[in-house]
Structures are given as structure tokens and as C-alpha cells.
Design a protein. Structure first.
Length: 365
């Protein structure tokens, strides 16, 4: 078995077709490929509410097991199968997939398929179960009965994720995986994906996820889900509304409780060195400014400014000045101090406090 594992490891090290390069504004070229410290994921699945936190027990199990259908036409229109067959309407149906197991199993499938580089031929891969666990970011030493049952349950849920591609003449129905099989005798796992949706396993519309961040957020599924969402956003993203975060997490609790979970999760991302951000409230609206994201978890843990009770209304002129401060190298704390000063001026002018918003709905355009 050791010899087989070594041969597979050597094969993996030779095959690096599933990789890409990004040229930054400074001209520095960064090479990305799946490895022990990270994985590459398609942007669409990260921005959509496919992988979400497990909701707290409420006695309403139907809300957890319910299959949700969403329109993903805009997100998946770039796929080859859509453009070649003229599919204009694309929908995704999925049960609630958690972050602790389902997301990691999906990472393992994506990395394994591209390590073996044969999805375009048959979509089928086979490897030792312990190596698959390693690709999932799980401990291969835990290849026991409990772990196999955990992976089995996750495969069943992933098998339920289906896509419908529709045009005027036809409908194509497929899923994230066609089938999976575990061989007890050989201790191997075999998985088959659909080559027609190979872009969801790879290609060029993706981001690099560091497993280090996920490992730093053990048992913090909401923070993990927000991490995958934030990692998929472009550089210098527009402010993100509280409502957008709630939609992404698909939580089932009261709105005020959801807001509390989101704030706690963002703070946890700040604590591990990934995120610097600022929360702003204007009237009954709440939005978050993303100041910095550090995939290597090297962001300075500067103090986060608590939302002012009378957050200033930022006109275009002031927003432009704040952007110039950020570009000039001012820290998040220094920029926050400017907002505090404006807030104090408003209080002097006698502006009344507003109640905390629960239905913020800022545009992300």
C-alpha cells in the first residue's frame, strides 16, 4: 500500500495542469495550483448560498432538509455547455450543504479530479480513501468507520445538487457528481463527475482558498461561509449590506439574531488575521466596508470601529476623499477616526439616534 501511495503522490506532483497565474498591478505574477495548503474553487459556487452554516436546532428539521432552487443564469452563463447549446436559463437545486463536512468533501473532489487530470475524458477518479481525506483537508489518520459514515452522508447530499440548463428546444439536467463508490476491500473511493460541467471543477474563473483559514475557524461555520464569500469578491469590492450577508448564510433565526451572528463571524475573521473592515450605519441601513483581505492571515489586527449611532451620510465628495486616504496608505484606524469626527459634529448639530437596522438593502453595484 505504501508503494501505491508513493506512486500516486509522484503522479500528483507531475500533473499540474490545473493551475493558473494572476498578474497583479505591480507586475508580480502569482502562480496558483491545488496543494496541501489550499485549493482553487469556482467563484459562482462561493458567492451563491450553496455551502452554508448548519442552523441551530429549532425543532423544524424540514427547514434544514429542504431543497432550495435558485436562478444561476448570470453566474453560469460563461460555461461551455451553456454557450454551445444556447442555454439561457440555468437553475441550481440543492439541499442545505454545511461547511464542516460537505464543503470539505467538495474541496476534496475538486482537488482530486484535477490532480488526476482526467475529468475531460471520463470524469472518473479512484484513489485510496486516506488520500481523499487529505485532499479534503481532513486527517488521513482518521480513516475509521465514523469518518466513512460522515463522508457517505455528505456524498448523498452532494449527489442531490442538480443543475437545469434550458433553452426553447431542450432541457439538460445534471449534477455536481454522477455517482460515488467506496470499496471496503481495497479501501479506495471512486467518484465520477460530469465532464459537461468541467468548469465547476476548474478552468479559469476561480479563486484560491487557503485551507489554513478554514482550519483556523474550526466549528465556526458562519465565519467559514463568510470567508468563502469574501474570498470570491473582486479587489476593492463595493460596500456589502447586512441583508446580502444574511442572504448568503441562509440562516433561519430572527433577523436580529442573524445580524449578531454576522457581526461575530466578521470579528472572527478579523481575529485570525484575514479581514479588516468597517461597519457603517446610515439611518436604518447597515453596510460593511471591506478595507483589506489577507489570504495568508497576515492582516494587522487594528481596532475595529464600532458602528456609530449616528453614522454620517457620506456624499460622493467625502467618499472620494476617504478612498484617497486609503490609497495613500492611511490605516483603517486612521480612516475610522475621520468618521468618528464627522459623527461627533453631527451630534453637536442635534441629530437624533436611529434604531438599529434589520433590513438593510444596499446595492453592491
Amino acid at each position: 500500500m505504501k508503494k501505491v501511495n508513493q506512486e500516486i503522490s509522484n503522479d500528483i506532483s507531475r500533473k499540474s495542469d490545473f493551475s493558473f497565474e494572476v498578474t497583479g498591478q505591480t507586475g508580480k505574477v502569482t502562480h496558483f495550483a491545488p496543494g496541501n495548503t489550499g485549493t482553487v474553487q469556482p467563484v459562482a459556487l462561493l458567492r451563491l448560498g450553496v455551502f452554508v452554516p448548519t442552523p441551530l436546532a429549532t425543532g423544524k428539521t424540514h427547514s434544514i432538509d429542504k431543497v432550495v432552487t435558485m436562478d444561476v443564469s448570470n453566474e453560469l452563463q460563461h460555461m461551455e455547455v451553456a454557450s454551445s447549446e444556447g442555454y439561457k436559463e440555468i437553475s441550481l437545486s440543492s439541499p442545505r450543504l454545511d461547511m464542516n463536512t460537505d464543503f470539505r468533501v467538495w474541496l476534496g473532489i475538486v482537488r482530486t479530479i484535477h490532480d488526476f487530470n482526467d475529468v475531460s475524458v471520463s470524469g472518473r477518479i479512484k484513489l485510496p480513501f486516506s488520500m481523499f481525506l487529505k485532499n479534503c483537508g481532513l486527517d488521513p489518520a482518521r480513516s475509521n468507520k465514523h469518518m466513512k459514515a460522515r463522508i457517505d452522508a455528505s456524498m448523498v447530499k452532494l449527489r442531490m445538487v442538480t443543475f437545469q440548463f434550458r433553452n426553447e428546444d431542450s432541457t439538460l439536467i445534471t449534477g455536481l457528481i454522477n455517482w460515488a463508490r467506496y470499496n471496503i476491500k481495497t479501501n479506495e473511493i471512486e467518484i465520477e463527475g460530469d465532464p459537461r460541467i468541467k468548469e465547476l471543477y476548474a478552468i479559469d474563473y476561480k479563486v484560491f482558498l487557503r485551507l489554513k483559514a478554514l482550519d483556523s475557524l474550526q466549528r465556526k461555520e458562519s465565519a467559514q461561509a463568510l470567508y468563502t464569500y469574501l474570498a470570491s469578491l473582486p479587489k476593492n469590492p463595493a460596500p456589502i449590506s447586512m441583508k446580502r450577508f444574511r442572504d448568503r448564510l441562509r440562516l433561519t433565526s430572527r433577523v436580529s439574531a442573524q445580524n449578531e451572528i454576522i457581526r461575530r463571524s466578521l470579528h472572527e475573521l478579523h481575529e485570525i488575521g484575514y479581514l479588516q473592515y468597517h461597519e457603517e450605519k446610515v439611518g436604518r441601513n447597515i453596510k460593511f466596508h471591506i478595507l483589506k483581505r489577507s489570504p495568508s492571515l497576515g492582516a494587522k489586527k487594528e481596532p475595529i470601529l464600532a458602528p456609530a449611532q449616528n453614522a454620517p451620510i457620506l456624499d460622493d465628495s467625502l467618499l472620494e476623499k476617504l478612498k484617497m486616504m486609503k490609497a495613500a496608505g492611511f490605516t483603517g484606524e486612521e480612516i475610522a477616526a475621520v468618521l468618528v469626527s464627522i459623527d461627533k459634529m453631527k451630534k453637536i448639530n442635534g441629530t437624533k439616534n436611529d434604531e438599529e437596522a434589520e433590513d438593510a438593502d444596499f446595492s453592491e453595484e
